[in-house]
Structure formats: structure tokens, C-alpha cells
Write a new protein. Structure first.
Length: 492
């Protein structure tokens, strides 16, 4: 009796490398031969100590740990008993659980249902893969975060019920094993780290641990935080943490472990959907679950600098990611309910020192005739008419008007990915969009553009497929450049 599923999968080896990864193996494995299923070799396990002994160790890393130390691509997996007796194994699809950029957006890490993977952004390539290891005990990695380009990773393994667990485990890629553990009585919703501290975000609490001894130094009570919102500065002393306050719509800014520098900002009336600090912590940006306006505050004094208008007051917008450019006066917003990434020009909201004004004088919003007219109009009309509009937008390919992509690689029930993630280049006027459909898009913009020139439609600079659910998927070296020649299927 002929099998109808044999034909499409049999064509997979002759299709373009960019299309073959789109074929899922679930329901089609009966047509695959043993030669078509590629498996990596499991590394030898030299750690024979009890599992409880791992929690007593700490990361063997000093403050001067070398960066750019990502190892080469390594695929680790365990062989099933079916392989040992010579029969064809039944590989399972691997789905996306979480994804996040590192502190300078030079890399990003993805938690999967089999482990985690690490990628570089420029050029887009896979740097490391750790999946199906005995240390993972068959569990998914619900959350994952990395420390710049070092070999230290903080991960939250999924619990027995499939949700995120109640502990953070520290993975040392050099030793290829877990070297530390922090437990909580509650489910962990988010994690952030820098050289000095690791932050554990739970439903109604935030706990800060030292990075060397993994000792708690600060507990913070917050409002309900189902998304695990938290932002931590990447550099500067003391460290600055931004999390939810105890009231709905409130933001708490913690400067070091000493509460003397703590401040709160009543940013919105509704629960928050996104918060972010500028690279050195001088500015705080927030968005509510309604999402029509993103607000930018100066941290010291809680001065409202900008109201960035995304939509009309009656149209709800789900904001998934917000970010400051490290050097240029631009601010980006990615949405889960729309196929666009919006770009705003925000003067005097960068961490770089002003060049056109006297350094001794603080920057002022607006000057001359326009500054006077703006202040008069602002007091006479609603905020809607004086909000700052976006100056450019980028349309994400293969996404419908409601923000739903053609392909969804997330785990259906357990994924912690709410929408696309935005990350700016450290020095250039460009940004990356990391999408859960498995694509990484890069777009470029003009550093001198502003809202007076009208809304500019940005086009992608390059697009690369970085994730697919097929267990044997590998990133293709083909990168589709705008206006350039490439494989016919990739261009399509």
C-alpha cells in the first residue's frame, strides 16, 4: 500500500537548503531512512558525583574572564535503545522555549525542548549547541541567559509539570556541566545577569544573588509579574536594576544593594508589558499591556522625557520588546500584535555626552520658537496631539496584519516567547529582529532621519533562518542580501 507522506520527505535532500529545514519530521518519519537521520556523538561524562553535590560549587570565573570565548559548534545528543539494536530511531521535533539577546546584542541564546543553543549576530551563525545531554535529565530549558560572550550561562529548567522550574542553574561551557544552583519556593519567571550579580524574577518577588558565591543580597516585593519583567545595566558601578513596583503600573529602580538610591516611578495605570534601562541606566522606558504609548523617563527625578505614540488611544497594541540604541538618539519598539518594528528619534536620551551643547548645561527638550509653541500647545490640547510619532518602521516579512507568522516554532503550551525581540547594533545605525518563526532579520536606517521627513519604510538588509523544529536542522551559510543574487528558494 503506497504511503502518501513518502513523496514530500523524499524530496527533502534535493530541495534548497533554505527550504528543506521547513519540513517537519513529525508524522513523516516513516519515510526516512537511517542514513537520512544524523545524530551527534554524546560526549563522555566524567562527573560521577551525586546530583546534589553540584549545588555546592560556584562558577570558576573571575572578574577578568575572557570574552569572545565561545567554543565551536558542538552538537550533543544521546542515542536511543533503538539505535543500539540497529533499527531506525524516531527523532522528535525540537521546539523553541525562550530567546534573548546578550548584553551588547553580539550574540543571542535560545532555550529549547532539548537544551539550549547559542548564536552570533554578525555574521549570523550558530556558535554552540547543547542538547540531549545527561545533565539536562530530559527536561526543556524554559529560560536561558548569557553573560556577554563568556562561557557562563544562567538557565531555568522546566519543572515536572512542563512550566518553568523553581531554580536557576549556572552552566559553564568550558567544563560542559552545571556548576551552581539557586532555588526558590516559587516558579522562576525571568533571569538577568552581569559580572557582579544574578537576578531571579518570580511572580511577586525579585531576588539578587552575588555572581561569585551565589549568595542572596537583596529581596524585593513586587506586583504580579507573569512575564518576568526585569532590566539590568550591563556596565557601570554600582549596578542598576529596574523591576516592577508594589503597585500596578509602578516601576522600581534599585541602585546597588543599598536602598538609599531606590526610587519609584508611577509609569502607567495598567499592568506593565515591557521595561528597559538605557545601557548606563540614565533613562527608563516602559510600556503597558494596552500598548498605545511608550514612555521614556529620566531615572534621576523621574522626569517624563517622551511619550512615544504607537497607535490611537482606542486601539490596543501588544508590545513585546523595547530598546535604546547605545550611541545614537533612537529608540525601537517591536510588537507582537502588528507586523512592524517602530523607530523613534529621542534627542537627549542617549548615554553619550552631548556634542552641540555646553557640557555643563543640561539638555533641554525643545528650544527657540518651536520649544515655546510646544509648551503652549501641550497645555491646551490632549497628550495625543503632542505625543512623539515614529519616524520609521520596518515590516517583518511573512507576518500577517495581526502579527501572526506563517511558521511558529514555539512550544505550543510551555514557550516563554511573547513576540519578536529587538536588538540594536553597538555602533552602527542598524538593528536585528529575532523572530520565533525562526528568522533573524537585519535592517539599516539613516542616522540623520527624524519625524519631520515623514515616516520612512525600512527594508531588510539581510535575513537568515536560525531555527527550525527539525532535529537535524543546521543554519545555512546562504545569507540573502537585499537586491543581491541568491538561491531562488531563499529569495522567495
Amino acid at each position: 500500500k503506497p504511503r502518501r507522506l513518502a513523496t514530500p520527505l523524499a524530496l527533502a535532500p534535493i530541495l534548497s537548503p533554505s527550504i528543506a529545514p521547513l519540513l517537519e519530521c513529525e508524522g513523516k518519519v516513516e519515510a526516512m531512512s537511517a542514513e537520512e537521520v544524523q545524530w551527534g556523538q554524546a560526549p563522555e561524562c566524567t562527573d560521577t558525583r551525586p546530583r546534589d553535590a553540584v549545588s555546592e560549587e560556584t562558577p570558576e570565573r573571575t572578574k577578568g574572564a575572557e570574552e569572545d570565548a565561545l567554543p565551536e559548534v558542538c552538537v550533543s545528543s544521546t542515542k536511543s535503545s533503538a539505535q543500539e539494536i540497529g533499527t531506525t530511531p524516531l527523532p522528535c521535533n525540537i521546539h523553541l522555549m525562550s530567546m534573548a539577546f546578550n548584553q551588547d546584542c553580539s550574540c543571542f541564546v535560545a532555550g529549547t525542548t532539548a537544551g539550549f543553543r547559542v548564536f552570533k549576530t554578525a555574521p549570523a551563525s550558530e556558535a554552540m549547541r547543547r542538547e540531549h545531554l545527561p545533565a539536562f535529565e530530559g527536561r526543556s530549558m524554559a529560560l536561558a541567559a548569557m553573560l556577554f560572550r563568556t562561557q557562563i550561562y544562567a538557565m531555568v529548567p522546566a519543572g515536572q509539570d512542563g512550566n518553568a522550574g523553581n531554580k536557576i542553574q549556572v552552566w559553564d561551557a568550558k567544563q560542559d556541566r552545571f556548576v551552581g544552583e539557586m532555588r526558590s519556593r516559587y516558579e522562576v519567571k525571568g533571569v538577568a545577569l552581569r559580572n557582579e550579580v544574578i537576578v531571579m524574577v518570580c511572580e511577586k518577588t525579585v531576588c539578587v544573588y552575588t555572581c561569585d558565591k551565589l549568595q542572596p543580597i537583596l529581596y524585593i516585593n513586587t506586583a504580579e509579574n507573569p512575564r518576568g519583567l526585569c532590566s539590568l545595566t550591563a556596565a557601570g558601578k554600582p549596578w542598576i536594576l529596574c523591576c516592577l513596583g508594589e503597585n500596578v503600573g509602578e516601576v522600581r529602580v534599585q541602585v546597588g544593594a543599598d536602598n538609599s538610591g531606590t526610587s519609584t516611578i508611577q509609569a502607567h495605570e495598567r499592568p506593565l508589558a515591557a521595561i528597559v534601562l538605557s545601557p548606563t541606566g540614565q533613562f527608563v522606558a516602559t510600556a503597558s499591556e494596552f500598548g498605545t504609548v511608550v514612555k521614556v523617563f529620566r531615572r534621576e527625578g523621574a522626569e517624563l522625557m517622551y511619550r512615544l505614540r504607537l497607535n490611537t488611544p482606542t486601539q490596543e497594541t501588544s508590545v513585546s520588546s523595547i530598546a535604546f540604541h547605545p550611541l545614537l538618539p533612537f529608540f525601537g519598539v517591536a510588537c507582537a500584535s502588528k507586523p512592524y518594528v517602530y523607530l523613534f528619534r529621542v534627542e537627549h536620551c542617549t548615554d553619550a555626552a552631548p556634542t552641540s551643547q555646553d557640557p555643563a548645561k543640561p539638555a533641554q527638550r525643545g528650544s527657540g520658537v518651536w520649544g515655546i509653541l510646544s509648551s503652549v500647545v501641550k497645555g491646551a490640547v490632549p497628550d495625543y496631539f503632542t505625543d512623539t510619532p515614529y519616524c520609521a518602521r520596518f515590516q517583518i516579512p511573512d507576518v500577517d496584519p495581526e502579527g501572526r507568522p506563517d511558521i511558529d516554532t514555539r512550544h505550543e503550551a510551555q514557550a516563554r516567547v511573547h513576540g519578536p525581540q529587538l536588538g540594536f547594533h553597538r555602533t552602527e545605525p542598524s538593528f536585528w529582529i529575532m523572530h520565533y518563526n525562526g528568522m533573524l532579520h537585519e535592517a539599516k536606517f539613516a542616522a540623520e532621519m527624524d519625524a519631520t521627513q515623514g515616516v520612512q519604510e525600512l527594508k531588510f538588509r539581510s535575513s537568515t533562518m536560525w531555527f527550525a523544529v527539525r532535529p537535524d536542522f543546521r543554519m545555512s551559510k546562504l545569507e540573502v542580501e537585499q537586491g543581491g543574487e541568491g538561491d531562488e528558494w531563499a529569495v522567495l
